[in-house]
Design a protein around this ligand. Structure first.
Ligand SMILES: C[S@@+](CC[C@H](N)C(=O)[O-])C[C@H]1O[C@@H](n2cnc3c(N)ncnc32)[C@H](O)[C@@H]1O
Length: 276
């Protein structure tokens, strides 16, 4: 099995598993980010937009509102269960200008130059060859169109994330080679390089803090179990899970202040324009 196939299988499994719990108050940074991303690209009414790795449709929903009834949003994801949730969220908002497709972000089944805008929120770092994927996204973008993605800054979720990762080996989990997936985009400079190497111009990278206070360590546990961190957690043997949770959450509880538990969600918004 190739690395790409193995990655696709793993990502599909994780998101099928977390889909039911993905939309929850502890991870409200996803829709917060989506609103800012749509405001950043400002798609015009009547235009066609692609939302790559749409998940439960956090970005597709405000995009659909922005392009209006004469515009169209195509939203793709690998996970059928995430797409089922997206469909329910879109229906709840009475939107009928979104098409959902189960499709791999690494080989898009759209013709060249079809979209006025392409966006991807918190999805690029899951792809084994980010540069090749971006080239394909640029292929489907019209000349003059903007492509934008978001990624987590390395401070996001700290210090809880580091402690989560550090506790795992003690509980028999061997960590994957390389870095945690969201750390694969290392810096704002790296975002810029990715976009420039994909042939985009007028590249902008902006850092925005989307964080807030969670109530306590139980809310943090909700973040762990409803995001990609779940993939590592599931490797803890079932009979040691309670002990792992107790050890990790004892550390997390110490981080609380009078306001609650600060969740850092420093996020990079990166975008560029396809030259004529
Ligand atoms: C962290 S979620 C972000 C979802 C959404 N954009 C949001 O902001 O809430 C990442 C999504 O990327 C999708 N994904 C990962 N690899 C993918 C691939 N190769 N092709 C399509 N979707 C992929 C996952 O299934 C998951 O729904």
């Amino acid at each position: 099995m190739t690395t790409v196939e193995e990655n696709r299988r793993q990502v599909h499994r994780i998101f099928e598993q977390v889909a039911a719990d993905y939309d929850n108050p502890s991870t409200r940074f996803f829709p917060f980010c989506a609103d800012l991303l749509v405001n950043h690209v400002k798609p015009r009414p009547g235009t066609r937009v692609l939302d790559v790795a749409t998940g439960t449709g956090a970005v597709a929903v405000p995009l659909a509102q922005a392009v209006g009834p004469t515009g169209r949003v195509h939203a793709i994801d690998l996970s059928e269960r995430m797409l089922d949730r997206a469909e329910a969220n879109i229906r709840k908002m009475a939107l009928d200008n979104v098409d959902l497709h189960q499709m791999d972000a690494q080989c898009l089944d759209f013709r060249a130059g079809y979209f006025h805008t392409v966006v991807c929120s918190y999805g690029l770092f899951f792809l084994p060859d980010m540069q090749a994927a971006l080239r394909d996204w640029v292929r489907v973008l019209q000349a003059g169109g903007r492509l934008a993605f978001t990624s987590f800054e390395t401070t996001a979720f700290q210090p809880m994330l580091d402690n989560f990762i550090e506790c795992l080996p003690e509980f028999g989990v061997s960590l994957p080679e390389g870095t945690f997936s969201s750390h694969r985009i290392a810096s704002s400079g790296h975002c810029r390089e990715l976009l420039e190497e994909a042939g985009l111009v007028e590249v902008q990278v902006e850092n925005v803090q989307l964080g807030y206070h969670l109530r306590d360590e139980n809310d943090w546990w909700e973040v762990v179990t409803s995001t990609a961190m779940r993939a590592l957690l599931d490797q803890v043997p079932a009979d040691r899970l309670d002990a792992f949770r107790a050890q990790h959450l004892a550390f997390v509880a110490e981080q609380k202040s009078a306001d609650g538990l600060w969740l850092d969600v420093q996020t990079r918004f990166a975008s560029g324009v396809k030259p004529a």
